[in-house]
Design a protein around this ligand. Structure first.
Ligand code: GTR
Length: 413
Protein backbone atom coordinates (compact mmCIF):
# COMPACT_ATOMS: atom_id res chain seq x y z
CA UNK A 1 0.00 0.00 0.00
CA UNK A 2 2.86 2.34 1.01
CA UNK A 3 4.66 2.36 -2.43
CA UNK A 4 1.30 2.87 -4.12
CA UNK A 5 0.57 5.91 -1.96
CA UNK A 6 4.06 7.31 -2.69
CA UNK A 7 3.54 6.90 -6.44
CA UNK A 8 0.16 8.63 -6.21
CA UNK A 9 1.54 11.48 -4.12
CA UNK A 10 4.47 12.08 -6.46
CA UNK A 11 2.15 11.89 -9.47
CA UNK A 12 -0.16 14.50 -7.94
CA UNK A 13 2.79 16.66 -6.97
CA UNK A 14 4.27 16.59 -10.46
CA UNK A 15 0.85 17.45 -11.94
CA UNK A 16 0.63 20.40 -9.58
CA UNK A 17 4.11 21.57 -10.56
CA UNK A 18 3.23 21.18 -14.23
CA UNK A 19 0.09 23.29 -13.75
CA UNK A 20 2.08 26.01 -11.99
CA UNK A 21 4.69 25.88 -14.78
CA UNK A 22 2.04 26.18 -17.52
CA UNK A 23 0.38 29.07 -15.66
CA UNK A 24 3.72 30.89 -15.32
CA UNK A 25 4.40 30.39 -19.01
CA UNK A 26 1.02 31.88 -19.89
CA UNK A 27 1.60 34.96 -17.75
CA UNK A 28 3.86 37.69 -19.09
CA UNK A 29 6.75 37.93 -16.66
CA UNK A 30 8.10 41.41 -17.45
CA UNK A 31 7.81 43.75 -14.50
CA UNK A 32 5.45 46.69 -14.85
CA UNK A 33 7.10 50.06 -14.49
CA UNK A 34 5.44 52.65 -12.25
CA UNK A 35 8.56 54.70 -11.71
CA UNK A 36 9.01 57.84 -13.81
CA UNK A 37 12.77 57.61 -13.28
CA UNK A 38 12.75 54.22 -15.02
CA UNK A 39 11.05 55.41 -18.19
CA UNK A 40 13.67 54.64 -20.85
CA UNK A 41 15.00 57.27 -23.20
CA UNK A 42 12.75 57.02 -26.23
CA UNK A 43 12.23 58.81 -29.52
CA UNK A 44 8.71 59.18 -30.81
CA UNK A 45 8.14 58.60 -34.52
CA UNK A 46 7.89 61.99 -36.19
CA UNK A 47 4.34 63.22 -36.41
CA UNK A 48 4.94 65.87 -39.02
CA UNK A 49 7.27 64.07 -41.42
CA UNK A 50 5.97 61.99 -44.30
CA UNK A 51 7.46 58.59 -45.08
CA UNK A 52 9.37 60.33 -47.86
CA UNK A 53 10.90 62.61 -45.22
CA UNK A 54 8.96 65.69 -46.22
CA UNK A 55 8.12 68.06 -43.38
CA UNK A 56 4.42 68.81 -43.00
CA UNK A 57 3.90 72.57 -42.68
CA UNK A 58 0.27 72.92 -43.67
CA UNK A 59 -3.07 71.24 -43.32
CA UNK A 60 -3.26 70.35 -46.98
CA UNK A 61 -0.09 68.18 -46.82
CA UNK A 62 -1.36 66.82 -43.53
CA UNK A 63 -4.73 65.83 -44.99
CA UNK A 64 -3.52 64.60 -48.35
CA UNK A 65 -0.36 62.79 -47.30
CA UNK A 66 0.53 62.42 -43.67
CA UNK A 67 -2.88 61.67 -42.18
CA UNK A 68 -3.64 58.86 -44.69
CA UNK A 69 -0.17 57.43 -44.03
CA UNK A 70 -0.88 57.44 -40.29
CA UNK A 71 -4.24 55.74 -40.70
CA UNK A 72 -2.55 53.05 -42.83
CA UNK A 73 0.15 52.57 -40.18
CA UNK A 74 -2.48 51.96 -37.50
CA UNK A 75 -4.49 49.66 -39.78
CA UNK A 76 -1.45 47.62 -40.68
CA UNK A 77 0.20 47.42 -37.28
CA UNK A 78 -2.38 47.94 -34.55
CA UNK A 79 -6.14 47.86 -35.03
CA UNK A 80 -6.31 46.07 -38.37
CA UNK A 81 -8.00 47.16 -41.54
CA UNK A 82 -11.63 48.05 -41.08
CA UNK A 83 -13.87 46.75 -43.88
CA UNK A 84 -16.20 49.46 -45.20
CA UNK A 85 -18.64 47.97 -47.69
CA UNK A 86 -21.66 45.98 -46.62
CA UNK A 87 -24.68 44.81 -48.59
CA UNK A 88 -27.46 46.27 -46.48
CA UNK A 89 -28.35 48.10 -43.29
CA UNK A 90 -31.91 47.91 -42.02
CA UNK A 91 -33.37 49.03 -38.74
CA UNK A 92 -36.59 48.80 -36.79
CA UNK A 93 -37.74 50.55 -33.66
CA UNK A 94 -38.64 47.61 -31.43
CA UNK A 95 -39.92 49.72 -28.54
CA UNK A 96 -40.78 53.39 -28.24
CA UNK A 97 -41.96 55.38 -25.25
CA UNK A 98 -42.68 59.07 -25.82
CA UNK A 99 -43.11 59.56 -22.10
CA UNK A 100 -39.82 58.22 -20.78
CA UNK A 101 -37.97 59.83 -17.88
CA UNK A 102 -41.22 61.29 -16.51
CA UNK A 103 -42.08 62.85 -19.85
CA UNK A 104 -38.71 64.51 -20.44
CA UNK A 105 -37.57 62.16 -23.18
CA UNK A 106 -38.56 59.70 -25.84
CA UNK A 107 -37.03 56.26 -25.58
CA UNK A 108 -36.30 54.34 -28.74
CA UNK A 109 -34.91 50.85 -28.73
CA UNK A 110 -33.64 50.27 -32.21
CA UNK A 111 -32.52 47.01 -33.78
CA UNK A 112 -29.95 47.75 -36.46
CA UNK A 113 -29.16 44.85 -38.75
CA UNK A 114 -26.16 44.91 -41.07
CA UNK A 115 -25.91 42.26 -43.77
CA UNK A 116 -22.90 41.25 -45.83
CA UNK A 117 -22.44 38.08 -47.86
CA UNK A 118 -25.71 36.70 -46.49
CA UNK A 119 -24.43 36.95 -42.90
CA UNK A 120 -25.77 39.55 -40.51
CA UNK A 121 -24.96 41.28 -37.28
CA UNK A 122 -27.59 42.85 -35.03
CA UNK A 123 -26.86 45.93 -32.97
CA UNK A 124 -29.28 46.82 -30.16
CA UNK A 125 -29.30 50.57 -29.72
CA UNK A 126 -30.78 52.28 -26.68
CA UNK A 127 -31.56 55.90 -27.47
CA UNK A 128 -33.19 58.66 -25.41
CA UNK A 129 -34.03 61.93 -27.15
CA UNK A 130 -35.14 65.02 -25.18
CA UNK A 131 -38.77 65.94 -25.90
CA UNK A 132 -37.82 69.62 -25.98
CA UNK A 133 -36.74 71.35 -28.17
CA UNK A 134 -38.64 69.87 -31.09
CA UNK A 135 -35.73 69.97 -33.47
CA UNK A 136 -32.79 67.66 -34.25
CA UNK A 137 -30.46 67.52 -31.26
CA UNK A 138 -26.77 66.60 -30.90
CA UNK A 139 -26.05 63.27 -29.25
CA UNK A 140 -23.58 61.37 -27.10
CA UNK A 141 -23.04 57.76 -28.18
CA UNK A 142 -21.41 55.38 -25.68
CA UNK A 143 -19.58 52.21 -26.68
CA UNK A 144 -20.60 50.13 -23.65
CA UNK A 145 -17.91 47.66 -22.61
CA UNK A 146 -19.42 46.95 -19.19
CA UNK A 147 -22.68 45.30 -18.08
CA UNK A 148 -25.82 45.97 -20.09
CA UNK A 149 -27.54 47.12 -16.89
CA UNK A 150 -25.46 50.32 -17.19
CA UNK A 151 -27.64 51.36 -20.11
CA UNK A 152 -30.97 50.10 -18.79
CA UNK A 153 -33.73 51.41 -21.09
CA UNK A 154 -36.33 51.06 -18.31
CA UNK A 155 -34.21 53.28 -16.01
CA UNK A 156 -35.02 50.98 -13.12
CA UNK A 157 -31.22 50.71 -12.85
CA UNK A 158 -29.22 53.90 -13.01
CA UNK A 159 -25.49 54.13 -13.33
CA UNK A 160 -22.86 56.88 -13.46
CA UNK A 161 -21.30 54.98 -16.33
CA UNK A 162 -24.12 56.27 -18.55
CA UNK A 163 -26.00 59.00 -16.64
CA UNK A 164 -28.73 59.31 -19.25
CA UNK A 165 -30.89 61.71 -17.19
CA UNK A 166 -28.00 64.15 -16.79
CA UNK A 167 -27.35 64.14 -20.53
CA UNK A 168 -31.03 64.58 -21.38
CA UNK A 169 -31.34 67.45 -18.88
CA UNK A 170 -28.43 69.11 -20.69
CA UNK A 171 -30.33 69.07 -23.98
CA UNK A 172 -28.55 66.16 -25.70
CA UNK A 173 -29.75 62.82 -26.94
CA UNK A 174 -27.94 59.91 -25.32
CA UNK A 175 -27.36 56.56 -26.96
CA UNK A 176 -25.47 53.35 -26.25
CA UNK A 177 -24.75 49.96 -27.73
CA UNK A 178 -23.00 46.99 -26.21
CA UNK A 179 -19.68 45.69 -27.57
CA UNK A 180 -20.86 42.07 -27.39
CA UNK A 181 -23.26 42.73 -30.29
CA UNK A 182 -20.22 43.33 -32.51
CA UNK A 183 -17.58 41.06 -31.01
CA UNK A 184 -17.87 39.34 -27.64
CA UNK A 185 -14.98 40.44 -25.42
CA UNK A 186 -13.51 36.97 -25.25
CA UNK A 187 -10.41 35.49 -26.84
CA UNK A 188 -12.37 32.61 -28.40
CA UNK A 189 -15.86 33.99 -29.00
CA UNK A 190 -14.84 37.39 -30.41
CA UNK A 191 -15.25 35.93 -33.91
CA UNK A 192 -19.01 35.57 -33.38
CA UNK A 193 -20.06 38.96 -34.65
CA UNK A 194 -18.91 41.38 -37.32
CA UNK A 195 -16.03 39.11 -38.29
CA UNK A 196 -18.55 36.58 -39.65
CA UNK A 197 -19.41 39.19 -42.27
CA UNK A 198 -15.78 39.56 -43.34
CA UNK A 199 -14.22 36.10 -42.95
CA UNK A 200 -11.11 37.01 -44.96
CA UNK A 201 -10.19 39.50 -42.18
CA UNK A 202 -9.78 36.59 -39.77
CA UNK A 203 -6.92 35.04 -41.66
CA UNK A 204 -5.15 38.33 -42.42
CA UNK A 205 -2.41 39.48 -40.07
CA UNK A 206 -3.67 43.01 -40.55
CA UNK A 207 -7.28 41.98 -40.05
CA UNK A 208 -9.31 43.83 -37.43
CA UNK A 209 -10.19 42.07 -34.20
CA UNK A 210 -12.49 43.03 -31.32
CA UNK A 211 -11.50 46.70 -30.86
CA UNK A 212 -11.80 47.23 -34.63
CA UNK A 213 -15.18 45.50 -34.62
CA UNK A 214 -16.48 47.76 -31.84
CA UNK A 215 -15.31 50.86 -33.71
CA UNK A 216 -16.94 49.50 -36.88
CA UNK A 217 -20.16 49.10 -34.89
CA UNK A 218 -20.02 52.75 -33.75
CA UNK A 219 -19.96 53.80 -37.40
CA UNK A 220 -22.95 51.59 -38.22
CA UNK A 221 -24.88 53.21 -35.37
CA UNK A 222 -23.96 56.58 -36.86
CA UNK A 223 -25.30 55.31 -40.21
CA UNK A 224 -28.58 54.78 -38.38
CA UNK A 225 -28.48 58.11 -36.50
CA UNK A 226 -28.10 59.88 -39.86
CA UNK A 227 -31.51 58.48 -40.77
CA UNK A 228 -33.18 59.42 -37.47
CA UNK A 229 -34.84 62.82 -37.93
CA UNK A 230 -34.69 63.59 -34.21
CA UNK A 231 -30.86 63.56 -34.22
CA UNK A 232 -28.43 66.15 -35.56
CA UNK A 233 -26.01 63.52 -36.88
CA UNK A 234 -23.41 66.15 -37.71
CA UNK A 235 -23.00 66.69 -33.98
CA UNK A 236 -22.47 63.24 -32.49
CA UNK A 237 -19.85 62.74 -29.78
CA UNK A 238 -18.48 59.21 -29.57
CA UNK A 239 -17.62 58.18 -26.01
CA UNK A 240 -15.70 55.17 -24.72
CA UNK A 241 -14.18 54.09 -21.44
CA UNK A 242 -10.94 52.15 -21.21
CA UNK A 243 -11.10 49.38 -23.85
CA UNK A 244 -14.18 51.22 -25.13
CA UNK A 245 -12.04 54.40 -25.15
CA UNK A 246 -9.48 52.71 -27.39
CA UNK A 247 -12.38 51.92 -29.71
CA UNK A 248 -13.80 55.47 -29.54
CA UNK A 249 -10.43 56.86 -30.65
CA UNK A 250 -10.13 54.39 -33.50
CA UNK A 251 -13.76 55.01 -34.55
CA UNK A 252 -13.20 58.79 -34.68
CA UNK A 253 -9.89 58.44 -36.52
CA UNK A 254 -11.43 56.13 -39.11
CA UNK A 255 -14.77 57.90 -39.44
CA UNK A 256 -14.56 61.68 -39.71
CA UNK A 257 -18.35 61.99 -39.32
CA UNK A 258 -17.90 61.77 -35.54
CA UNK A 259 -17.88 65.41 -34.51
CA UNK A 260 -16.28 64.99 -31.07
CA UNK A 261 -14.21 62.16 -29.65
CA UNK A 262 -14.15 61.36 -25.94
CA UNK A 263 -11.73 58.79 -24.59
CA UNK A 264 -11.94 58.02 -20.89
CA UNK A 265 -9.03 56.28 -19.11
CA UNK A 266 -8.09 54.55 -22.37
CA UNK A 267 -4.44 53.92 -21.47
CA UNK A 268 -2.24 51.59 -23.47
CA UNK A 269 -3.08 51.48 -27.18
CA UNK A 270 -5.62 54.18 -26.36
CA UNK A 271 -4.46 57.71 -25.61
CA UNK A 272 -1.20 56.86 -23.78
CA UNK A 273 2.23 56.69 -25.38
CA UNK A 274 3.62 53.16 -25.78
CA UNK A 275 7.28 54.10 -26.15
CA UNK A 276 7.34 55.27 -22.50
CA UNK A 277 6.76 51.78 -21.11
CA UNK A 278 4.98 53.11 -18.04
CA UNK A 279 2.09 51.03 -16.71
CA UNK A 280 0.52 48.56 -19.13
CA UNK A 281 2.77 47.53 -22.00
CA UNK A 282 2.12 46.20 -25.50
CA UNK A 283 3.24 42.71 -24.58
CA UNK A 284 0.98 42.71 -21.53
CA UNK A 285 -2.07 43.90 -23.44
CA UNK A 286 -1.48 41.48 -26.32
CA UNK A 287 -1.03 38.58 -23.93
CA UNK A 288 -4.01 39.27 -21.70
CA UNK A 289 -6.27 40.33 -24.56
CA UNK A 290 -5.00 38.46 -27.65
CA UNK A 291 -8.30 39.14 -29.42
CA UNK A 292 -8.23 42.96 -29.34
CA UNK A 293 -5.72 43.93 -32.01
CA UNK A 294 -4.43 42.74 -35.38
CA UNK A 295 -1.95 39.86 -35.26
CA UNK A 296 0.77 42.17 -36.57
CA UNK A 297 0.66 44.13 -33.32
CA UNK A 298 2.15 41.17 -31.46
CA UNK A 299 5.45 41.70 -33.30
CA UNK A 300 5.91 44.77 -31.07
CA UNK A 301 5.70 42.83 -27.80
CA UNK A 302 8.72 43.94 -25.76
CA UNK A 303 9.80 45.80 -28.87
CA UNK A 304 8.23 49.27 -28.55
CA UNK A 305 11.15 51.03 -30.17
CA UNK A 306 10.43 49.22 -33.43
CA UNK A 307 6.91 50.70 -33.59
CA UNK A 308 6.68 53.04 -36.58
CA UNK A 309 3.95 54.97 -34.76
CA UNK A 310 2.71 55.96 -31.34
CA UNK A 311 -0.65 57.00 -29.96
CA UNK A 312 0.00 60.76 -30.36
CA UNK A 313 -0.39 60.10 -34.09
CA UNK A 314 -3.80 58.52 -33.56
CA UNK A 315 -4.94 61.52 -31.49
CA UNK A 316 -3.64 63.86 -34.17
CA UNK A 317 -5.65 61.99 -36.82
CA UNK A 318 -8.80 63.27 -35.06
CA UNK A 319 -7.85 66.93 -35.65
CA UNK A 320 -9.34 69.41 -36.11
CA UNK A 321 -12.36 67.85 -34.39
CA UNK A 322 -12.57 68.44 -30.63
CA UNK A 323 -11.01 65.66 -28.58
CA UNK A 324 -11.40 65.10 -24.84
CA UNK A 325 -9.28 62.63 -22.90
CA UNK A 326 -9.29 61.74 -19.24
CA UNK A 327 -7.36 59.85 -16.64
CA UNK A 328 -7.96 58.92 -13.02
CA UNK A 329 -5.32 59.75 -10.43
CA UNK A 330 -5.07 56.19 -9.05
CA UNK A 331 -5.05 54.58 -12.49
CA UNK A 332 -1.31 54.50 -13.13
CA UNK A 333 -1.82 51.36 -15.25
CA UNK A 334 -3.26 53.73 -17.89
CA UNK A 335 -0.32 56.16 -17.59
CA UNK A 336 -1.86 59.63 -17.06
CA UNK A 337 1.44 61.39 -17.83
CA UNK A 338 1.89 59.41 -21.04
CA UNK A 339 -1.63 60.37 -22.04
CA UNK A 340 -1.03 64.05 -21.43
CA UNK A 341 2.26 63.95 -23.37
CA UNK A 342 0.52 62.31 -26.33
CA UNK A 343 -2.15 65.06 -26.30
CA UNK A 344 0.54 67.74 -26.17
CA UNK A 345 2.15 66.25 -29.27
CA UNK A 346 -1.19 66.08 -31.09
CA UNK A 347 -1.73 69.81 -30.49
CA UNK A 348 0.83 70.44 -33.23
CA UNK A 349 -1.61 69.13 -35.80
CA UNK A 350 -4.49 71.19 -34.38
CA UNK A 351 -2.17 74.19 -34.80
CA UNK A 352 -2.00 73.46 -38.55
CA UNK A 353 -5.73 74.27 -38.55
CA UNK A 354 -5.15 77.55 -36.74
CA UNK A 355 -6.28 76.10 -33.41
CA UNK A 356 -4.02 77.49 -30.73
CA UNK A 357 -2.56 74.90 -28.38
CA UNK A 358 -4.18 75.47 -25.00
CA UNK A 359 -2.98 72.60 -22.90
CA UNK A 360 -0.48 73.66 -20.23
CA UNK A 361 3.17 72.65 -20.64
CA UNK A 362 2.89 69.97 -17.98
CA UNK A 363 -0.03 67.85 -16.71
CA UNK A 364 -2.65 69.88 -14.81
CA UNK A 365 -3.33 69.11 -11.17
CA UNK A 366 -5.91 66.50 -10.22
CA UNK A 367 -9.50 67.69 -10.78
CA UNK A 368 -8.40 70.71 -12.84
CA UNK A 369 -10.21 70.13 -16.15
CA UNK A 370 -9.15 71.93 -19.30
CA UNK A 371 -12.34 72.54 -21.23
CA UNK A 372 -11.89 75.70 -23.25
CA UNK A 373 -9.50 74.12 -25.72
CA UNK A 374 -9.65 72.09 -28.93
CA UNK A 375 -8.15 69.25 -26.87
CA UNK A 376 -9.76 68.91 -23.47
CA UNK A 377 -8.34 66.93 -20.59
CA UNK A 378 -8.78 66.09 -16.95
CA UNK A 379 -7.21 63.78 -14.42
CA UNK A 380 -10.01 62.93 -12.02
CA UNK A 381 -9.25 62.04 -8.46
CA UNK A 382 -9.91 58.35 -7.93
CA UNK A 383 -10.02 54.99 -9.61
CA UNK A 384 -10.22 53.67 -13.14
CA UNK A 385 -13.89 54.29 -14.01
CA UNK A 386 -16.36 56.42 -15.93
CA UNK A 387 -18.26 58.62 -13.51
CA UNK A 388 -20.72 61.50 -13.29
CA UNK A 389 -17.73 63.82 -12.79
CA UNK A 390 -16.34 62.72 -16.16
CA UNK A 391 -19.70 63.13 -17.91
CA UNK A 392 -20.27 66.61 -16.44
CA UNK A 393 -17.09 67.75 -18.11
CA UNK A 394 -17.86 66.01 -21.40
CA UNK A 395 -21.13 67.95 -21.46
CA UNK A 396 -19.37 71.25 -20.74
CA UNK A 397 -16.89 70.47 -23.51
CA UNK A 398 -19.71 69.69 -25.95
CA UNK A 399 -21.63 72.82 -24.87
CA UNK A 400 -18.62 74.82 -25.94
CA UNK A 401 -17.91 73.05 -29.19
CA UNK A 402 -21.45 72.36 -30.34
CA UNK A 403 -22.57 75.97 -30.01
CA UNK A 404 -24.48 77.12 -33.06
CA UNK A 405 -21.53 79.34 -33.91
CA UNK A 406 -18.33 77.28 -33.90
CA UNK A 407 -15.78 78.48 -31.39
CA UNK A 408 -13.01 80.59 -32.90
CA UNK A 409 -9.58 80.32 -31.38
CA UNK A 410 -6.85 82.81 -32.06
CA UNK A 411 -4.71 81.87 -35.05
CA UNK A 412 -1.67 79.90 -34.10
CA UNK A 413 1.47 82.02 -34.45
C1 GTR B 1 -7.54 46.38 -18.40
C2 GTR B 1 -6.69 46.56 -19.62
C3 GTR B 1 -6.72 47.98 -20.01
C4 GTR B 1 -8.13 48.54 -20.04
C5 GTR B 1 -9.03 47.97 -18.96
C6 GTR B 1 -10.53 48.19 -19.17
O1 GTR B 1 -7.46 45.16 -17.81
O2 GTR B 1 -5.41 46.13 -19.31
O3 GTR B 1 -6.04 48.18 -21.22
O4 GTR B 1 -8.69 48.39 -21.28
O5 GTR B 1 -8.85 46.63 -18.79
O6 GTR B 1 -11.05 48.07 -20.27
O7 GTR B 1 -11.19 48.46 -18.16
Amino acid sequence: MEPYRTVCTSFLLSMLLLAVFIRLQAQPTEPINYDEAKVPVYTLPALLKTTTNQTVHDKSTWEKQRRPEIIRLFEENVYGKMPRPYDQLTYSVTHEDANAMAGKATLKEVLIEVVNHAKSVKINLVLFVPNQPKKPVPAFLLINNRGKDNTDPTRAQKSEFWPAEMVIDSGYAVAAFHVSDLAPDDSVRYVNGVLQLYPDRLTANNGMRAIGAWAWGASRVLDYLEKDASIDAKRVAIVGHSRGGKASLWAAAEDTRFAICITNCSGNTGAALSHRRFGETISRINTTFPHWFANNYKTFNNNEDALPLDQHMLLAAIAPRPLYATNASKDLWADPTGTFLALKQAERVYALYGLTPRLPASPPAINQPIINSPIGYHNREGEHNLTAYDWRHFIQFANLHFRSKPIRYKKAP
